[in-house]
Design a protein around this ligand. Structure first.
Ligand code: DQA
Length: 145
């Protein structure tokens, strides 16, 4: 059976395409979903793509992934830098996690340099724009073999 990957997106990523395009690019979240679904087809992975502006909803989805997914790609957006709850949920679930950021967070404000998610991710990809999602799915497909 095809392995399933939950692709999670945090707050404000619903605004992609219009939000600070000089930083985040011109692609919309629908474009990112289409890219992930195509990568899933290419790699033989089932992709469940979601976005929420609510920390608790993301935590609930991560908890549910224990029963419904084999791995998680997450762009936690601003919650990367604040959320012990998302860190704890990812740790509790124990699935392989690939953390993605569109921008190079290390090139930006100091408050973006630390991510609570990185410590529970097996890899972190940042600065490659939407291609980062494809790279994360490629890495997870390898990991799940
Ligand atoms: C982001 C980087 C975060 O610092 C920011 O809060 C975001 C998006 C990125 O994809 O580059 O919302 O995760």
């Amino acid at each position: 059976m095809a392995k399933r990957v939950l692709v999670l997106n945090g707050p404000n990523l619903n605004l992609l395409g219009t939000r600070e395009p000089e930083i985040y690019g011109a692609h919309t979240l629908s474009d990112v979903e289409a890219l992930c679904q195509q990568a899933g087809l290419d790699l033989g992975l089932g992709v469940d793509f979601r976005q929420s502006n609510h920390e608790g909803e993301l935590v609930t989805w991560i908890q549910e992934a224990r029963a419904t997914a084999d791995a998680i790609v997450i762009n936690p957006a601003a919650y990367s830098h604040t959320s012990v709850a998302i860190h704890d949920a990812l740790k509790a679930v124990g699935l392989p996690v690939a953390e993605v950021h569109l921008s190079n967070i290390h090139q930006r404000e100091a408050f973006r340099h630390h991510s609570y998610v990185s410590a529970v991710a097996f890899g972190v990809i940042c600065g490659f724009g939407v291609t980062g999602y494809r790279l994360a799915l490629i890495a997870l497909a390898e990991k799940l073999k």
